[in-house]
Design a protein around this ligand. Structure first.
Ligand code: CMC
Length: 450
């Protein structure tokens, strides 16, 4: 079964995705223009507006004279730049809306398996029964790692951060599957998509076992995707590991909530690296690197460290005071697109209680809930529209499930893999895409001579 049956990159204009901008819905026939007057020359330009956007290259036509390169837009951090058309994930940050392929996250997070969501994100529709069976079979039968990968993982220091191990091992997979370079062959591409989704939890679990000094546990094909992951992490002497259904379910929800989040830092990295037409393992390794940072997927680790440092509800006001003084940030708060409650945080907060019914209550949750209450009542956070994000509560659940903090971003990476791959594939097949190559505004010395 293939995510797409396109074998070669479509010719310009073919197979373009329909852009959906909502609300307001701006479709074909409702396009408009922008009139811009360049006060340097007095010339007025008509710039087409399409789907609520102007092509940045249109600005290039605005020149102060024949020698002028043309106007460019300057946007460090891409605050107001759309770099692609995408049909995968829709976010309305002001309203706190997140949808995968049109389905609201609240409707699917607790009803669908992670592999169904992965299929949806990659293919645009939920699988039929036979498609789902084939998909689960494929993933389940690609979870094993080449034995040489174990030697590779063995080489890491006992205290190596598992994100570093994950990043390197995913990159190393490209040497095991050299055919992966044929990215415009749909069957080969699909094979690598299956391998990456199937093998990422195995690498993650092996990284964890390596740090713990425990033997690696091989995948168990009888278990679900999250159930098998728990097996590879925690199995000891029992002949057959049986995951706790509540923890298996919680992990499934957490993976689903992380499956995609449109053009965030790691996904953009996946697209940018993929735009050079490298293999998906190299691009995914780069995406893991982007996710590792404390401002992105590393934030859940930082949240738990912060809550541990606060230590008690009575210390919260002092902590908030120092955040407001600019000494440090309130980790797990704020988001580039959500200027409202992150809908994923709301679901995670609910799942936390279910996990605690099995693991016992993590005392950090009380500090987190009180911290959230105080922050959401404080003008500093209210005026800047800073709300809890997905990382605020996820780390507390992971900790209750006995994951060491270093594993938190690794769990994020397992969940995000389908999104990275879907976005990578969408970019490859998009006739409008080119190798990513931003401009710069040169501010260095003019020509000079020794
Ligand atoms: N604590 C205190 N102040 C903050 C915070 C925070 N967590 N986040 C933003 N601000 C303030 C910031 O100081 C600035 O104030 P001022 O206007 O007075 O200078 C204002 O809010 C706007 O901040 P910004 O840095 O311009 O916002 P951004 O959109 O560039 O940053 C962010 C987004 C997520 C990097 C940021 O909110 C942050 O650092 N949060 C903490 C780290 C975190 O939780 N990251 C996880 C993000 S969600 C998971 C994911 O997708 O990776």
């Amino acid at each position: 079964m293939g995510a797409a049956d396109v074998v070669t990159k479509p010719a310009s204009g073919d197979g373009r995705m329909k852009a959906v901008t909502e609300p307001p819905q701006i479709g074909p026939g409702t396009n408009d223009t922008l009139s811009v007057t360049d006060n340097r020359t007095g010339t007025t330009y008509e710039i087409p507006i399409e789907n609520g956007a102007v092509h940045a290259t249109e600005l290039r036509k605005i020149r102060s004279g024949p020698e002028d390169f043309g106007l460019v837009s300057y946007d460090p951090g891409f605050l107001n730049t759309a770099a692609c058309r995408s049909a995968i994930t829709y976010i309305d940050g002001d309203k706190g809306i997140l949808r995968y392929r049109g389905y609201p996250i609240e409707e699917i997070a607790e009803k669908k398996t992670f592999l169904e969501i992965a299929y949806l994100v990659l293919n645009g529709e939920f699988p039929t029964r036979s498609q789902a069976d084939a998909w689960v079979f494929e993933i389940t039968h690609h979870t094993f790692l080449h034995e040489n990968i174990k030697k590779f993982i063995d080489g890491f220091q006992h205290d190596a951060h598992p994100m570093g191990i994950l990043l390197s091992t995913i990159g190393a997979l490209s040497t095991f599957y050299p055919e992966a370079k044929k990215i415009f062959d749909a069957d080969i591409r699909q094979k690598q998509i299956v391998r990456l989704i199937a093998k990422t939890p195995t690498i993650a679990a092996f990284a964890f076992r390596h740090a713990a000094g425990l033997p690696y546990v091989y995948p168990d094909n009888d278990l679900s995707y999250p159930g098998n992951f728990l097996n590879m992490l925690w199995k000891t002497t029992e002949l057959k590991y049986t995951p706790d259904p509540a923890l298996e379910r919680a992990l499934n929800v957490l993976f689903v909530l992380h499956a995609d989040h449109e053009q965030n830092c790691s996904t953009s990295t996946m697209r940018v690296v993929g735009s050079s037409q490298t293999d998906p393992y190299s691009a995914a390794a780069a995406a893991v690197g982007a996710l590792y940072g404390p401002l992105h997927g590393g934030a859940n680790e930082q949240v738990v460290r912060m809550l541990q440092e606060i230590g008690s509800v009575k210390n919260i006001p002092e902590h908030i005071k120092r955040v407001k003084a600019g000494e440090f940030r309130l980790m797990g708060f704020g988001h580039r697109v959500y200027r409202n409650y992150d809908p994923r945080a709301r679901i995670i907060k609910r799942v936390a209680e279910e996990v605690f019914s099995v693991t016992g209550r993590n005392p950090l949750i009380d500090i987190a809930i009180e911290l959230e209450k105080i922050a959401l009542d404080d003008d500093y956070f209210v005026s800047r529209k800073l709300y809890p994000n997905v990382d605020f509560y996820s780390g507390i659940i992971y900790q209750a499930m006995r994951f060491p903090v270093e594993m938190f971003p690794v769990l994020f990476a397992i969940g995000r893999m389908p999104g990275w791959l879907a976005q990578w594939q969408e970019g490859l097949l998009d006739a409008e895409q080119k190798i990513a190559r931003p401009l710069q505004i040169y501010v260095g010395p003019k020509e000079r001579h020794v």
